[in-house]
Ligand binder design. Structure first.
Ligand code: DC
Length: 231
């Protein structure tokens, strides 16, 4: 399979979109590491914003309040840690509950618009690998390489289960599968930047791939694209 659209842009961006627990975050971070690029976990921005709303007593339905909050919060990434107004929130924003809250506020177009510039600011030399739902379609439409990374819902539920158990959280496989399906439906059905594979994104189904194989595939597509662009 050949890669999706390889465009020549001033600063390379690899946009990796896909559903929850597809492994896109792990793959994106490893690709970034391999290339020496920056990494943006855009889901963490939505998760941290939802967390800040909870802390500040702002209802998840209060779009104007969320927009104001989005402009006000200070967010910093340091490796896998996320700092919200100076406090480490990496673990609290990774729970299923935090994921549901993020998915809920992410359906608000004005909030998405308010978070756009914050995400684009991550495009710094020598390049960026970003993961989310709308990296290739909205945030970086001129991305050098766009990948839609997915896996079956059952496989994703298994992976999430393993991840949670390893971190010492309680988890139930049946609930996780239902939660993933609900979240996929909500993320795909919303009017604003819905989750879907865009025509110019290369499909990477990782159901029966290891992480290393998925990383190698993205790197190969990226390098092939650079070769093509150079000829
Ligand atoms: O990737 P994640 O599971 O950490 O994302 C949490 C939620 O945030 C997800 O259910 C939908 C939303 N999200 C989004 O709408 N757009 C993005 N670019 C990233 C995440």
């Amino acid at each position: 399979m050949s890669a999706g659209n390889i465009a020549s842009s001033p600063l390379p961006v690899i946009a990796i979109d896909g559903p929850s627990a597809s492994g896109k975050g792990t793959v994106a971070a490893l690709v970034a590491c391999e290339l020496g690029f920056h990494y943006l976990d855009s889901g963490a921005i939505y998760r941290a914003t939802a967390h800040a709303a909870r802390q500040g007593g702002i209802a998840l339905e209060d779009e104007a309040g969320l927009v104001e909050l989005a402009h006000r919060i200070e967010l910093r990434f340091d490796g896998v840690e996320v700092y919200l107004n100076g406090a480490a929130v990496g673990d609290v924003i990774r729970t299923e509950e935090a994921g549901r809250a993020a998915s809920s506020i992410a359906a608000r177009p004005a909030l998405r618009a308010a978070l756009l510039q914050r995400q684009r600011a991550f495009r710094q030399p020598p390049g960026l690998v970003s993961d989310g739902r709308d990296m290739g379609s909205v945030v970086f439409p001129d991305a050098t390489l766009k990948v839609y990374l997915t896996a079956s819902a059952e496989e994703r539920a298994q992976r999430r289960y393993k991840q949670l158990i390893e971190k010492g959280f309680d988890a139930n496989l049946t609930d996780l599968l239902q939660d993933l399906r609900d979240r996929d439906t909500r993320d795909a059905a919303r009017a604003a930047a819905p989750l879907r594979q865009s025509a110019d994104a290369a499909l990477l189904d990782t159901t029966s791939l290891t992480i290393a194989q998925a990383v190698a595939r993205v790197l190969r597509w990226y390098r092939e694209g650079l070769d093509q662009a150079a000829t």
